[in-house]
Design a protein around this ligand. Structure first.
Ligand code: 5AD
Ligand code: SF4
Length: 460
């Protein structure tokens, strides 16, 4: 995809510098990518979706599974061709590898991929202008966890559309046996309520209506409150809900053991907090959960869901699952299928276990054979797909409040999301982008619902 047409003549665009930023993986990476674009914009780089015209290319990488990490190297292979072609035309291209692969592999990336000029970790990307400047003399690596807080050094956020992510917490202290995050992102750190609210106010001023509060373990949030005490995630949600213009709040991603009573109550009490909860369980087997160092059982998870549903019966649930964790038996996988049937998920992400260097599970000798993992993943995904489709079909005939985010797939259509995070397409003028429009759902497609605005005035 990167080896696209390379323009022969630099053309009029050659005078303005351009940056292409591509992000892989989680929402926190999406947030970091947007902030790197802000840093580059301040240096005079305008954003482009066309890699071949970019003077700076940033790959914001993901290290969570082997496949994600390896993707970087195939992209870098394509970028080498592009960089060489641009060089023949006398144009320089700086290649930056950022994100969690940068953090985990550091200088190793420079050895494996001579095309790379800068390797920068998730805590140092505010230094990008300096690193780019230095890279002309010598290729540079910056994967420090610097003493200064990157958030204090980032420029103001530029307009981010209707729905935006906002990182409020980084790092993780949980050390699940399969996971690289505690190593690549470090210990849990929370931003203060004041810092988050200030950023939310900026976003709202730029037209943002929905904020996704993002953290590797967001419900463990413990930021500085305005009275000098420690605030929880529910305190933070209340503070963000008071920001004028912010109509919807979501948060991701959470750990079951941090689902406090106050956060559960918030789902009943704060109208802007959407009825949607992404709460990864990973497995339904107690033995596997213990081996994963999750520190909760399948039943403990079911009880949390019961408590959430008691205060918010319409809540849509989402989870992450890993199949084929070392030693997982057929019976233990069947426990996962049973948990999925018991709980009922609106959406989910499911993965085959991937051993990650440096994690305790990677040391284990009882790997599940690849074909067994594949069969389990298919079975699990078939069940999860059936649940998702049932959830979508149940919406047909209902009136849903759609926050309109962008133009739709077909001419005359716009696209947005319901409170349950279902995508909806319907006919309306683009002037309703950024507004919440009541829509009657008439049809459920594979990935989207189709509807009709019920108030002509609302869509006018
Ligand atoms: N193998 C497979 N999936 C993993 N995840 C995290 N680490 C691994 C791994 N080593 C999944 C978990 C997590 C999600 C972000 O990625 O399900 O919740
Ligand atoms: Fe990884 Fe577990 Fe932390 Fe989630 S809670 S980031 S899976 S260690």
């Amino acid at each position: 995809m990167l080896a696209r047409r390379i323009p022969r003549n630099p053309g009029p665009d050659a005078v303005s510098k351009k940056a292409f930023v591509k992000s892989y993986g989680c929402q926190m990476n999406a947030y970091d990518a947007a902030r790197m674009a802000d840093v580059l914009a301040e240096q005079g780089f305008s954003a482009t979706d066309h890699v071949e015209e970019a003077d700076v290319v940033v790959l914001n990488t993901c290290h969570i599974r082997e496949k994600a990490a390896e993707k970087v190297y195939s992209e870098l292979g394509r970028l080498r061709v592009l960089k060489d072609a641009r060089q023949l035309e006398g144009r320089d291209t700086r290649i930056v590898v950022a994100g969690c692969v940068a953090q985990a592999e550091g200088a190793e990336i420079l050895h494996r991929a001579p095309v790379v000029d800068v390797v920068v970790g998730p805590q140092s990307y505010h230094r990008l202008p300096d690193l780019l400047a230095r890279s002309h003399a010598k290729r540079v690596v910056d994967t420090e966890f610097p003493v200064e807080d990157k958030f204090d050094h980032l420029p103001a956020r530029r307009t981010a559309g209707v729905s935006a992510f906002l990182t409020v917490q980084e790092g993780c202290d949980k050390f699940c046996a399969f996971c690289v995050v505690p190593y690549t992102r470090g210990a849990e750190v929370s931003r203060s309520i004041a810092a988050v609210v200030a950023e939310a106010e900026r976003l709202a001023a730029g037209g943002v209506r929905e904020i996704g509060l993002v953290g590797q373990n967001v419900n463990a949030y413990h930021g500085l409150a305005s009275d000098g005490g420690t605030a929880t995630l529910s305190d933070l949600i209340r503070a963000v809900a008071r920001v004028p213009g912010i109509a919807r709040i979501r948060y991701t991603t959470s750990h079951p053991n941090d689902m406090g009573d106050d956060l559960i109550a918030a789902h009943a009490e704060i109208p802007a907090l959407m009825p949607y909860l992404h709460l990864p369980v990973q497995s339904g087997s107690d033995r596997i959960l213990a081996a994963m160092n999750r520190k909760h059982t399948g039943d403990a998870y079911r009880r949390i869901i019961d408590r959430v549903r008691k205060v918010r019966p319409d809540i849509a649930l989402s989870s992450d699952f890993i199949v084929g964790f070392p030693g997982e038996t057929d019976a233990e996988f069947a426990d996962t299928m049973r948990l999925v049937s018991d709980v009922g998920f609106e959406s989910a992400y499911s993965f085959k276990y991937s051993p990650r260097p440096g994690t305790p599970a990677a040391e284990r000798a009882d790997a599940v054979p690849e074909d067994v993992m594949t069969a389990r993943l298919h079975a699990l995904q078939a069940l999860l797909d059936a649940q998702r489709h049932a959830f979508q079909r149940a919406a047909v005939g209902q009136v849903v409040e759609v926050l309109v985010e962008k133009v739709g797939r077909r001419p005359g259509q716009v696209a947005g999301k319901t409170p349950h995070l279902l995508a909806v397409q319907f006919d309306a003028p683009t002037s309703c982008i950024g507004r919440i429009v009541p829509v009657r759902v008439v049809e459920a497609g594979t990935n989207s619902l189709f509807g009709e605005a019920i108030e002509a005035a609302a869509a006018a």
